[in-house]
Design a protein around this ligand. Structure first.
Ligand SMILES: Nc1nc2c(ncn2[C@@H]2O[C@H](COP(=O)(O)OP(=O)(O)O[C@H]3O[C@H](CO)[C@@H](O)[C@H](O)[C@@H]3O)[C@@H](O)[C@H]2O)c(=O)[nH]1
Length: 461
């Protein structure tokens, strides 16, 4: 495709969105009172917005729960694809508002059709988000919006905040431009356009939360943001917790993914390795497969003392089938004889239990920006699970302390040798890392949120 063709959908989307905004400028229940006025309802109301599946957006759920804990009414806005934890569903202060899902025919991969359908998809997203933010919810004092995606979410939230006199806080999980660069290359015009949009839009926000200190530095240095850039690290929620050996065994027996291995794990003949993912291109499961092929080969030949490994990968997402096909091929070639793979999507309670009962957690998150971090590692620490993760990016040491609560690797060969060290006889190193993980996980989300976000939002001293 020529670069003009690449640009066209974006230009059409931007112009269409601006047109739509002007058409809809005056919502019926608009409220132009200044933020924080005497209107009781509005005074503390917070909207938490993600253009993604709320059930798979734990950080946005945690924002909602924390604000509600301080007595604030919350509108939690996003797609309703996966089930939500009961702490959200039964909370009288949290109201979930579903954004209309994008129709399947607009999600085409065909290059020709995408010229027409991509702008339509963006337009559809703008309209459905707009309807929720402007018509189905009351004006709020604060809007916390997840970035990415920044287009069109942050743009729409920004305009709604302006029209309703709300204060916008951008919650930076990563940069949209760096995710796009993974597919298109860093010099692609769309990537540059996305970076410019992110930069421009972020200027108008009242404040910014970032998932790392390194990300805050990038916003200050490269995006020119000077005020209210607040690192707010992910921390485990209370449902992730370490459990006793007896509870681990009963969890292993109760979960269908692990039940047939429970005795063998108890006897030390098998180990349980867990990874969670959204099956996106920034996680290379090929690295794990390569490492396990080498591990299986050694366990079958020169290192017969190595245990069998049950690998449970949890999560939903686009690349899952590709990964399953790779496993089937390796199995048919007898390259994974010591390894059993299971994939699953579990209830929150079972997911937390699985992490607490496992031997090692694996993170393959490669960080497109270098300054974001995988939330799954935080879940694992909360459950007292040692982590082995891809470490070749700037922010990794902000989360994992080498040899204390986890180990980092930069290649399949390194991962294989770490797994051999940790799993052979489940030696002392694993026990040391487990103690470190429990220590690291003991600082919880509320301990982090209250003094930073709670203070900014006026909910905590
Ligand atoms: N209930 C349930 N949840 C699951 C399951 N498997 C995974 N999850 C959820 O899915 C998350 C992992 O999804 P990813 O999309 O792989 O997230 P990540 O890379 O670990 O971190 C993301 O969020 C960070 C900020 O919070 C970002 O910094 C990072 O870039 C990324 O977007 C887990 O933390 C967990 O909440 C499951 O079986 N059941």
């Amino acid at each position: 495709m020529s670069s003009f063709e690449n640009w066209l959908p974006v230009l059409v989307a931007i112009s269409t969105s601006i047109t739509v905004v002007f058409i809809l400028l005056r919502p019926p229940n608009s409220d132009t009172q200044p933020a924080g006025d005497s209107n009781g309802e509005r005074k503390g109301r917070i909207q938490v917005v993600v253009l993604g599946d709320i059930g798979r957006s734990p950080r946005m759920q945690y924002h909602a729960l924390s604000a509600a804990k301080h007595g604030t009414p919350v509108d939690l806005i996003g797609y309703s694809e996966s089930g939500l934890p009961s702490s959200i569903c039964t909370n009288p202060l949290i109201k979930v508002h579903s954004i209309l899902p994008t129709p399947a025919f607009l999600k085409t991969n065909s290059k020709g059709l995408s010229l027409v359908l991509k702008p339509l998809k963006v337009l559809f997203q703008i309209l459905s988000l707009w309807v929720v933010l402007q018509y189905r919810t009351k004006p709020a004092k604060w809007i916390i919006v997840q970035n990415p995606p920044s287009m069109p979410t942050v743009l729409v939230a920004q305009i709604c905040a302006f029209l309703r006199n709300s204060r916008l806080v951008v919650d930076w999980h990563n940069f949209e431009s760096s995710i796009l660069a993974l597919q298109l290359g860093g010099r692609h015009p769309l990537v540059r356009l996305s970076r410019s949009c992110e930069r421009l839009l972020s200027r108008f926000a009242f404040a910014h939360f970032t998932v790392t200190d390194a990300m805050a530095r990038v916003l200050q240095r490269d995006y020119g943001l000077s005020n209210n850039v607040l690192p707010l690290h992910d921390r485990p929620a209370s449902h992730f917790r370490p459990v006793t050996r007896e509870t681990q065994l009963s969890i292993l027996r109760s979960l269908s993914e692990t039940a047939s291995f429970a005795d063998s794990i108890e006897a030390g003949k098998s180990s349980l390795l867990v990874s969670s993912t959204s099956w996106t291109p920034d996680e290379d499961f090929g690295v794990l497969l390569d490492a396990l092929v080498q591990y299986s080969d050694l366990a079958m030949t020169s290192h017969p003392y190595l245990p069998e490994v049950l690998v449970v990968v949890t999560g939903k997402g686009p690349l899952k089938d590709h990964f399953l096909a790779q496993i089937a091929m390796l199995k048919s070639q007898d390259k994974l004889e010591m390894i059993t793979f299971k994939t699953s999507w579990l209830s929150l309670e079972d997911y937390a239990g699985l992490l607490a009962a496992a031997d090692v957690g694996v993170s393959l998150h490669k960080s497109t920006s270098g300054v974001d971090l995988p939330m799954k590692v935080v879940d694992m620490f909360g459950a007292g699970l040692p982590v082995v993760g891809w470490s070749d990016f700037e922010a990794w040491p902000e989360l994992v302390k080498e040899g204390i609560n986890g180990r980092g690797f930069k290649s399949a060969a390194e991962l294989q040798s770490i797994l051999m060290e940790l799993l052979s006889g489940k030696g002392n190193e694993l026990a040391t890392l487990r103690e470190g993980a429990i220590r690291e996980g003991s600082r919880r989300w509320d301990d982090e949120w209250d003094p930073i976000a709670g203070k900014l939002l006026g909910l905590c001293p």
